[in-house]
Design a binder for this molecule. Structure first.
Ligand SMILES: [Zn+2]
Ligand SMILES: [Zn+2]
Length: 165
């Protein structure tokens, strides 16, 4: 092979690094002599491995954020982090950068709220026929007004039935 061709081939081996989500990713094609282009089989991840990768990625983002804060002078090593509570939105201090809630009550409140949200489902009001969202299994009416008017209608029906009998 003439030297020029070798040089050209080498230039094609690596690509300029591109930034994806803050991670430095460099695409490198692997060429092996004699067998030509060699393709690695795609890695098949089990759900557990995928979860682990996601956790690792979260940790990477967190530690980058921590580093950025230190570099920007927003945080000094050994001093607490100023964080925002995910539940009440108040600012609080924590020695850990990944504390989510300002207190145990906020943590419980938030989790209870999430649990309620996961139980939410659509239902049709027995009075007005409109769709409404509830987390309760026994809710029949979209509003107090519908509940009351259904109650009144039931009473009226009962009374007129009594009159005709
Ligand atoms: Zn809070
Ligand atoms: Zn209704």
């Amino acid at each position: 092979m003439p030297p020029r061709a070798v040089e050209q081939e080498q230039n094609q081996l690596s690509f300029a690094p591109e930034k994806i989500d803050g991670d430095r990713i460099q695409q490198v094609d692997i060429y092996l002599k004699f067998i030509g282009r060699f393709k690695l089989p795609p890695a098949e991840l089990t759900p557990e491995e995928e979860k682990r990768q996601a956790t690792l990625k979260r940790h990477r983002i967190k530690s980058r954020e921590r580093y950025r804060m230190i570099k920007a002078g927003e945080h000094k090593v050994g001093e607490p982090f100023r964080l925002t509570c995910k539940n009440c939105g108040n600012t609080f201090e924590s020695m850990r950068s990944n504390t989510i809630f300002c207190c145990a009550k906020c943590c419980a409140d938030f989790n209870r709220h999430e649990k309620t949200k996961s139980r939410e489902h659509e239902r049709i009001c027995l009075n007005c026929g409109q769709t409404f969202v509830t987390s309760r299994a026994d809710k029949k009416y979209c509003s107090e007004i519908c509940r009351n008017s259904a109650h009144i209608a039931r009473r009226r029906a009962k009374r007129s039935k009594e009159k005709t009998e």
